[in-house]
Design a protein around this ligand. Structure first.
Ligand code: FAD
Ligand code: DHB
Length: 391
C-alpha cells in the first residue's frame, strides 16, 4: 500500500493534519493503534487558544465547538487569600480562549474523517519507520493480526510522547532536552456546575489547585500531589476538602461539591526533541515535545505544528517548492520553546515544591503581586496564555 503522507497517530495532531491535507487534495492514511472509543474518551486538555479555534473553524471542524464551547475572556489567579482577574481581551488587543474538551475536538475530527476523509485505521500499531533518509520512507505496522507496510512520500509522526516515529531520527542527530518536576497532578471530573464562571489557578502553601470546567454542568479539577501518589488514597471528601482549602480567599467562597469520576494522576514533565524533521520523516505534537499542563499549551502546540506542516506540504504539492518544509523544524521550535518557557514559568510560579525554601516561596508571591500590579506583567501572561499568532 502506498500513500503520499503516512500519518502515525490519530490524536488531535494526526486527525487535524489529515483534515488539512484532505482539503488541499493531498492523500494520506492515518494509523492509530487504539480503538475509536478509547481515543474519544481519553481525558486530557480543555483549553483552546484563539489560533486553535480559528484553525478548527477554517477546516470545517468548528460547528459543534461554536455551539457548545464556552468562550472565556479571562482567568483568575489566587494567592495569599486574595484573587486577581486577568482580562484577556483588554490585555491582548482582543484575544480570548475557548473551553472545549480535547475529547470533543477528537470526536468531531473523527466524525468528519469517517464521513468524507482519507482512510483512518483503528487498531493499527506502527512498529517502526524505515528509510527516513531515502526517497521512499515506510511504516511497518500491525493491523488485524497482520504485519503490513505502508510506503509513503513523507511520514509524519503524530504518535505522542510514547510513539515510535521519533526513533527514525538517528541518535547522532537527535537531541532531547528535558526537565521533570517533583510533583504530579491529581485530575478529576465532577458532575457539578463550576463554582466560578472562569478558571481559577490557585497558589497555596498546601500546593497548587486548578478549578476548570468541561461544560456548564461538569467541572474539571486538579490538585498538586506528590509524585507516586495513588488515586485510591484520595477519597472524594479529601479531594473536596483540599480544593476548598487551597482555593480559599478572604470572604465566603466555597466550591460546590458533587460526584467525582475519572480520577487519575498525571506526571509533570518538559521535553523537546530536536530537530523535528529528519529526511522525509517529520514529528508533530507530543511526539516531538511535551509541556507540564499548567499553561494549557500541549494540545495547542500540536495544532500549531500540524498547521505549519499542512501549509508546507500544500506549498510543495502546488508548486514543487520544499522551502516551507525545509523551514518546518525551525519555524515550529521557535513557538515550542516559547510555550516550554511559559509552561515552566506557570508551573514553578504556582506550585509549592516539596523542598521549596521560604526564600523561593517569597519570590513566587512577589511575582504574583507583580502580575496583579503591573499591566505589563499581566499582559505578558495573557499573551502567552491566549497564544501567539501562527507565524
Ligand atoms: P496524542 O494525543 O498523545 O496522540 C497520539 C496518538 O498516537 C494516540 O491516539 C496514540 O494512541 C497513538 N499512537 C501512539 N503510538 C502509536 C503507534 N506506535 N502506532 C499508532 N498509533 C500510535 N494538555 C493540556 O493543555 N491540559 C491538560 O489538562 C492536559 N492533560 C493531559 C493529560 C495526559 C494524561 C496527557 C498524556 C496529556 C495531557 N495534555 C494536556 C497534553 C495534551 O493532551 C497533548 O499535548 C495532546 O494530546 C497532543 O496531541 P497529539 O496528537 O500530539 O498526541
Ligand atoms: C485544563 C488543563 C490545564 O492544564 C489548564 O491549564 C487549564 C485547563 C483543563 O483540563 O480543563
Amino acid at each position: 500500500r502506498h500513500t503520499t503522507v503516512g500519518i502515525i497517530g490519530g490524536g488531535p495532531a494526526g486527525l487535524l493534519l489529515a483534515r488539512l491535507l484532505h482539503r488541499s487534495g493531498i492523500d494520506c492514511v492515518v494509523l492509530e493503534s487504539r480503538d475509536r472509543s478509547y481515543v474519544e474518551r481519553r481525558q486530557r486538555a480543555g483549553i483552546l487558544e484563539q489560533g486553535t479555534v480559528d484553525v478548527l473553524r477554517a477546516c470545517g471542524a468548528g460547528e459543534r465547538m461554536d455551539r457548545e464551547g464556552l468562550v472565556h475572556d479571562g482567568i483568575e489567579l489566587r494567592w495569599n487569600q486574595r484573587a486577581h482577574r486577568l482580562d484577556f481581551p483588554a490585555l491582548t488587543g482582543g484575544r480570548r480562549v475557548m473551553v472545549y474538551a480535547q475529547t470533543e475536538v477528537v470526536k468531531d475530527l473523527i466524525a468528519l474523517q469517517l464521513a468524507d476523509g482519507p482512510p483512518l485505521l483503528f487498531g493499527a500499531r506502527a512498529l517502526a519507520v524505515t528509510g527516513a533518509d531515502t526517497g521512499r520512507p515506510a511504516v511497518r505496522y500491525r493491523h488485524q493480526d497482520r504485519e503490513q507496510t505502508l510506503t509513503c512520500d513523507y511520514v509524519v509522526g503524530c504518535d505522542g510522547f510514547h510513539g515510535v516515529a521519533r526513533e527514525a531520527v538517528p541518535e547522532g542527530v537527535r537531541r532531547t532536552y528535558t526537565r521533570s518536576y517533583p510533583y504530579s497532578w491529581l485530575g478529576v471530573l465532577a458532575e457539578v456546575p463550576p463554582s466560578h464562571d472562569e478558571l481559577i489557578y490557585a497558589h497555596s502553601a498546601r500546593g497548587f489547585a486548578l478549578f476548570s470546567m468541561r461544560t456548564p454542568t461538569v467541572s474539571r479539577l486538579y490538585l498538586q500531589v506528590p509524585n507516586g501518589t495513588d488515586p485510591a488514597d484520595w477519597p472524594d471528601d479529601r479531594i473536596w476538602d483540599e480544593l476548598e482549602a487551597r482555593g480559599a480567599i478572604d470572604g465566603p467562597w466555597k466550591p460546590a461539591r458533587g460526584p467525582l469520576t475519572a480520577k487519575a494522576v498525571l506526571p509533570m514533565r518538559s521535553s523537546v526533541t530536536e530537530p523535528m524533521r529528519y529526511g522525509r520523516v517529520l514529528l508533530a505534537g507530543d511526539a516531538a515535545h511535551i509541556v507540564p499542563p499548567t499553561g494549557a499549551k500541549g494540545l495547542n502546540l500540536a495544532v500549531a505544528d500540524v498547521t505549519v506542516l499542512a501549509r508546507a506540504l500544500d506549498r510543495l504539492h502546488r508548486t514543487g517548492s520544499t522551502e516551507l518544509l525545509d523551514a518546518y523544524s525551525d519555524t515550529c521550535l521557535r513557538r515550542v520553546w516559547r510555550a516550554e518557557h511559559f509552561s515552566a514559568f506557570m508551573t514553578t510560579t504556582l506550585h509549592t515544591a516539596p523542598d521549596q525554601s521560604p526564600f523561593d516561596a517569597r519570590l513566587q508571591l512577589s511575582q504574583l503581586d507583580r502580575i496583579a500590579g503591573s499591566p505589563h506583567a499581566a499582559a505578558e501572561l495573557a499573551e502567552n496564555y491566549t497564544g501567539l499568532p501562527l507565524t
